[in-house]
Design a protein around this ligand. Structure first.
Ligand code: ADP
Ligand code: ASP
Ligand code: MG
Length: 420
């Protein structure tokens, strides 16, 4: 059996849903689980709803209605006006409105997770119905009843054993060839919705692949496959046809956005190959990520992370930065769940580059300012190049002022600012 994953761009409107059906017709005889994200930019729009709701702003209802209308429009295009699917969609959105009017919790993360998953519930309902009406018989499953997680709302951790049992229980190919379910969401034992972190649908697909011992996982994207840089930022980006699990882990860890970083490990653990293919040119080969025996020659792989903040710490008691200071600093970063993208320590200074997430930075500063003098430098970018050479470094860093460099044999990271 195989697990397919379709992201937001692949189901953004009626035409796209029809394209998904065309792709699936070509894989009709394979048993599969299809994991689908929210349509287009729905999750971003739902984040706006959450932010308004948290501020007690009644406009959240208007925003939610706009998202519902967008889904209704896709339904009209696919099924004709006044179709029964539309009523299902209304019911899904009504439950969210009901949650908003009856909720007493003040927890942002809890509220976020109860609202945001509606995008995936709606998209899978529409796609499942369209496929059933067009000769691809399938069963819709609620991922919240299979992906069991802890209570870390917005960034929930998978409870692997429970999830494995639930997934194997619910997915029985004697009843159908094709199951459709949601990416990104999971559930607590009490039935509250949790989410696995933004862009988490790739990871959901890997969880299903792991639990079902899939023969292969395929993610369908709006790019040819995995390239040596984001083709939206880098015109000369080239396709990498074969990538080892290790390389895929490294490049996604450093921020290559084409695959969610948590995706590869569960696949590697069970040697499940991952194909990254284009839903636009769906007959092309794409990229195969697998446990290759042979050594692969990679081109320089370039990852850019914009909007970085460099945090500088020095001890207020004028002492050197020692292990006890590091322990305190790391503890604070762990508590506020702020990730260090790059770090370096010297005699009296420790520095760490982080994404510009104001709330998390403020929380970290609040935890450490009693013992440390802290300075922030913003408007920096972080360039990471795997398999670098001098020529690529010079061309990528011309007209840039380097702030911090760190390199190993395979990887160089440079924090820089554009020189105006
Ligand atoms: P999905 O719809 O599945 O969520 P994403 O938008 O998350 O898809 O991922 C696809 C996007 O990743 C591409 O449109 C591309 O701009 C971006 N991207 C970033 N780095 C790379 C890379 N190295 N190779 C291919 N695409 C990349
Ligand atoms: N819809 C979610 C998001 O936009 C999950 C995903 O697309 O992977 O983050
Ligand atoms: Mg994505």
């Amino acid at each position: 059996m195989q697990v397919f994953k379709f992201g937001g761009a692949s189901v953004k409107d009626a035409e796209s849903v029809k394209n998904v059906a065309t792709i699936l017709k070509r894989h009709e005889n394979i048993q599969k689980v299809i994991v689908i994200s929210a349509m287009g930019k729905t999750t971003n729009a739902l984040e706006d709803v959450v932010n308004l709701y948290i501020k007690n702003d009644e406009k959240h209802l208007q925003y939610l209605h706009e998202i519902r209308e967008y889904h209704q429009m896709v339904c009209d295009d696919l099924f004709g006006t006044n179709n029964p699917i539309q009523h299902k969609i209304f019911a899904i959105f009504d439950r969210i409105e009901h949650f908003c009017s009856s909720n007493n919790s003040k927890s942002y993360s809890f509220i976020y997770d109860q609202i945001i998953g509606v995008g995936e519930l709606a998209s899978t309902t529409i796609v499942s119905a369209y496929l059933n009406l067009n000769g691809i018989q399938n069963i819709w499953l609620d991922a919240r009843e299979m992906i069991r997680t802890d209570y870390a709302y917005t960034d929930a951790k998978i409870l692997w054993k429970e999830t494995e049992n639930l997934v194997q229980d619910k997915i029985d190919f004697s009843s159908t060839h094709t199951f459709i379910t949601q990416g990104f969401i999971g559930g607590t034992p009490e039935g509250f919705t949790t989410t696995l972190g933004r862009e988490g649908s790739d990871f959901s697909a890997a969880v299903f692949s792991f639990c079902l011992n899939a023969d292969k996982m395929v993610i369908w994207k709006d790019v040819e496959g995995v390239m040596n840089a984001d083709p939206k930022q880098f015109e000369e980006a080239v396709l990498i046809p074969k990538i080892s699990f290790e390389e895929a882990i490294e490049m996604t860890y450093y921020g290559a956005k084409v695959i969610h970083p948590k995706t590869i490990r569960p696949l590697q653990n069970k040697s499940i190959p991952l194909e990254v293919r284009s839903f636009i040119a769906s007959d092309k080969g794409g990229t195969l990520i697998d446990a290759f025996e042979e050594r692969i020659e990679y081109p320089p792989i370039i990852v850019r992370k914009a909007n970085q903040v460099l945090m500088h710490f020095s001890a207020k008691d004028f002492s050197f930065i020692a292990e006890n200071h590091m322990q305190e600093i790391f503890g604070a970063f762990a508590t506020s769940r702020l990730r260090m993208n790059m770090m370096q320590n010297g005699a009296i200074n420790f520095v760490a580059a982080v994404d510009n997430r104001e709330e998390k930075i403020n929380e970290t500063v609040a935890l450490l300012e009693a013992n440390f003098s802290i300075k922030l430098t913003s408007d920096l970018d972080l360039l990471t190049i795997r398999h670098y050479n001098e020529a690529i470094l010079n061309s990528e860093l011309s007209n840039k002022t380097r702030w911090l460099t760190q390199q190993s044999q395979e990887t160089i990271q440079v924090l820089y600012r554009d020189t105006y």
